[in-house]
Design a protein around this ligand. Sequence first.
Ligand code: SF4
Ligand code: SF4
Length: 187
Amino acid sequence: MIQLTQRAKQVDRRPMNWVERIYLWNVLIGMMITLRHFFKKKVTIKFPEQTRYYSPVFRGLHILNRDEEGRERCTACGLCAVACPAEAISMEAAERLPGEEKLYREEKYAARYEINMLRCIFCGLCEDACPKDAIYLSQTFAPSNYSRKGFIYKKEDLLIPDPVTQPEEYKKALGDRPDRKKISKVN
Ligand code: SF4
Ligand code: SF4
């Protein structure tokens, strides 16, 4: 068994003089550092009022698109739900009634359309699967919420503003994505 023969060495600290005791010099050094950073270019932003530039291929929140006349494009065919690997999409189809031609582009439309954002992995497969150019992922950043229920996005949350009656809101919601699908006249 090894015996500990050496005792811990005691360090005698030099007593501080009065200048050191009032810490004035250290406070001044700290303030100089603060002042130096005060005039530097800021690396932070005021989110959510300001947002950073996202890559053109960034995939954010979904948008349910309208056609050039403001009619809903989605026909509730279910292809996006089938393509979704996270099983995040659900919907109910309804038949368009006479007189509703200005609301819905096709004879069928989605009476209910929901995306569970807690499941979504923002892969974009729903966008690729859609034959009607009705859904795509915008550049709006993913949402935050205080409850799980708040992450279930309904059709009313996803539907883009009407380009005819709300052109400015429509453009804002669409974002600046020249490479992505926007209003198109093709079916
Ligand atoms: S982005 Fe991917 S995971 Fe999210 S709803 Fe679309 S297909 Fe599903
Ligand atoms: S978003 Fe497109 S793929 Fe999904 S149900 Fe509507 S039309 Fe079909």
